[in-house]
Design a protein around this ligand. Structure first.
Ligand SMILES: [Zn+2]
Ligand SMILES: [Zn+2]
Length: 124
């Protein structure tokens, strides 16, 4: 049976009861995930916490399921162009919550979003 490619925009986020769903890399999904991560950083439900050098923990709550997530991201220093303190990178921000999500097999974590979607992250 063909997998149902439904519109994710129908989901209200955050919802801890969302089923496991690995997002297809479509323009709509990319926009939704990037906007959700940016909004979470803005209201500090997600935060980048310096852990030394150019490495940070992205820690807080998944915009989709609302469960606790944490992952390490490493920024490359960008010489010239930007002030020395600036960091920028594209990262696969993936939900790795330990809560249960329907439809997930034992090898996976999180609610499935959004490792296939590169998200821009900045440190200023
Ligand atoms: Zn979750
Ligand atoms: Zn999640």
């Amino acid at each position: 049976m063909r997998r149902d490619i439904r519109s994710v925009s129908d989901e209200a986020w955050p919802d801890p009861a969302v089923p496991y769903d690995y997002p297809a890399r479509t323009a709509g999904n990319e926009a939704r995930w990037r906007e959700a991560i940016a909004a979470a950083l803005e209201d500090k439900t997600l935060e980048l916490v310096a852990t030394g050098g150019d490495t940070y923990d992205l820690t807080g709550r998944c915009p989709r399921c609302g469960h606790e997530i944490c992952q390490s991201v490493e920024f490359d220093v960008i010489a010239s162009m930007l002030p020395l303190e600036s960091r920028f990178g594209m990262f696969g921000v993936r939900c790795n919550c330990v809560a249960a999500h329907a439809g997930r097999d034992g090898d996976h974590q999180g609610c499935g979003w959004g490792g296939s979607i590169p998200v821009p992250l900045y440190i200023r």
